[in-house]
Design a protein around this ligand. Structure first.
Ligand SMILES: C[S@@+](CC[C@H](N)C(=O)[O-])C[C@H]1O[C@@H](n2cnc3c(N)ncnc32)[C@H](O)[C@@H]1O
Length: 510
């Protein structure tokens, strides 16, 4: 949408004249709670109206400051969006309880902390997202981190010297002595644990080797050895917040030194020649990540200390259609960005985190859980042979009719996603206090050449859960890590631009 159109759309909701009339109507006809809510709506609209065109685009902002930059994650919501929403709400109706039911890497939660909100709930079904949210919102002083870092690196240096005591690397052993092709899909890749156990036995070194499926496909031999040494040293650390901070750095390390193609959130491996020439120095990469992260966490911790911030934070790992861990009628501000669609055809959050989760072996997160993350996220349920349309959105019904004509299975995927969204809207509404505001950042994707207007669908679905639509802001996406092109028909060679803009839908609980 062009700036001019955006302005036009804005004015349709509230021109100055309408604004004055609406204020008068409020004064004349309304009493009690209704009146208070309308005054808040008006104050919110006035603030939004005062912002310049393109305000919400945040084109040249460094979006990785403070703990925002500790770990990569797909489709992150850039922090200035939530920072400005919280700033505006602090001026209009200061919130005491914030919820992000699709918290991902924890951007909204970090901003809630900085914005001085007292009670903060985050939720995400992806176990790695939970770890990220916990670490990023828990301030640790630079001094404590430096101490933990020094102790850990002393142990790592020592253990690495014991295992890598000669020039015969695991890569040399596997390729030169065993004659296996390190870049092939079979051989080394399928039998990695056997090769590594033989290598360690030959050297007379005791080290357990990981046995995850395909580990040899995603890592070179020496990288696996070095990662395992570091992992063992972290596991030996005392149970402190510093340890979780370091686990998160290790998670980032396990992705950086893998054979994955960089800059992608789907699991694609580098081409074979690149795998052969890629020899990351695992210890050096770890030191770099740790130093960078210590700097970011120290800044965050100093800011919290300076502003005397000590919020109560709860991070849940539930399906957002339930949210049992959040008390009913307790939340006065929701800021969230749900997925754009199901994991299979949009962003595969579970796939992105798989290597990390396999290495981390988090408590209560089994191999089955890791493999099932994407299936359990929104839209994971399959409707292969059609479905009965049951949702309260005419816009969605019309879009599904069109998709159904060309592909009944894709229509089923889309229906499945919006069924989950509908249930999530219902669950989130239950958690809201009367008069509480919700800010949903959503994107409208295209399936089979049909544009799914999630911003409109969200507004229509939310009505029956007692949510009033206040306004929708359009924003351009200058720097989100998303594919800029996709194949809307799934036909080779046919591409369409997608997701160059998104919408911030504002709702209020009646
Ligand atoms: C667009 S991302 C959120 C990104 C986040 N705002 C950030 O800045 O990092 C959507 C998140 O929703 C989560 N998710 C998808 N389906 C879910 C469900 N049914 N219950 C809970 N979380 C879910 C995904 O794991 C993903 O982390």
């Amino acid at each position: 949408m062009t700036d001019r159109n955006r302005k036009k759309r804005f004015e349709v909701v509230f021109t100055e004249a309408e604004f004055a009339v609406s204020c008068k109507i409020i004064r004349d006809n309304e009493t009690g709670a209704d009146k208070d809510e309308n005054i808040k709506d008006n104050a919110l609209m006035e603030k939004l109206c005062s912002l310049h065109d393109g305000f919400w685009d945040f084109k040249n902002t460094n979006t990785r400051e403070l703990t925002h930059g500790l770990h990569n994650y797909p489709a992150v919501m850039v922090y200035p969006i939530s920072r400005n929403i919280i700033r505006i709400m602090n001026e209009v109706a200061p919130p005491t309880t914030l919820l992000d039911p699709f918290a991902g890497s924890g951007t909204v939660l970090v901003e809630g902390v900085i914005g001085g909100i007292k009670e903060i709930y985050g939720n995400d079904l992806n176990p790695l997202a939970k770890l990220m949210c916990e670490v990023k919102t828990n301030p640790i002083s630079g001094k404590n981190l430096e101490t933990a870092y020094n102790q850990l690196m002393m142990a790592v240096e020592y253990e690495m010297a014991c295992v890598n005591y000669d020039d015969k690397t695991a890569d040399y052993y596997v390729s030169a002595e065993c004659g296996a092709d390190i870049a092939a899909k079979d051989g080394w890749a399928t039998d990695a644990p056997c090769y590594l156990n033989d290598y360690l036995t030959q050297k007379g070194v005791q080290l357990s080797v990981p046995e995850y499926k395909n580990i040899g496909y995603w890592y070179k031999p020496q990288v696996i050895i070095d990662l395992q040494i570091i992992k063992n040293c972290i596991a030996e650390m005392p149970e402190t917040p510093e340890k979780n901070f370091i686990w998160l750095a290790f998670s980032e390390l396990s992705r950086v030194v893998s054979n994955r193609r960089n800059g992608e959130f789907k699991m694609f491996r580098m081409p074979a020649d690149k795998v052969l020439s890629y020899n990351p120095d695992v210890k050096r990469e770890f030191i770099e990540i740790l130093k960078r992260n210590i700097g970011k966490m120290s800044d965050f911790s100093e800011l919290c200390q300076k502003n005397e911030i000590a919020p109560q934070i709860s991070v849940l790992s539930e399906n957002s259609i339930n949210l049992y861990g959040v008390p009913d009628n307790s939340v006065d501000l929701v800021i969230t960005s749900p997925p754009y669609g199901d994991s299979r055809t949009t962003v595969a959050y579970g796939e992105f985190c798989k290597l990390s989760l396999q290495w981390l072996e988090l408590d209560g997160v089994s191999a089955e859980t890791v493999n099932a993350v994407d299936r359990n996220l929104m839209g994971g349920k399959k409707y292969r042979n059609g479905f009965e349309y049951t949702l309260d959105s005419e816009t969605l019904r019309l879009s599904l009719e069109k998709i159904k004509d060309s592909d009944i299975e894709r229509a089923g995927d889309v229906f499945s996603f919006y069924c989950d969204l509908d249930e999530a809207i219902s669950a989130i509404a239950k958690k809201m206090k009367q008069g509480g505001y919700q800010f949903w950042v959503v994107g409208n994707r295209t399936v089979k050449l049909v544009n799914l207007q999630t911003d409109k669908i969200l507004v229509e679905l939310s009505q029956k859960y007692g949510l009033t639509h206040i306004h929708t802001i359009d924003r351009n996406i200058p720097n989100k890590v998303m594919p800029s092109l996709n194949s809307p028909t799934n036909e080779t060679g046919i591409k369409a631009a997608t997701m160059t803009n998104e919408h911030i839908v504002i709702l209020r609980k009646q």
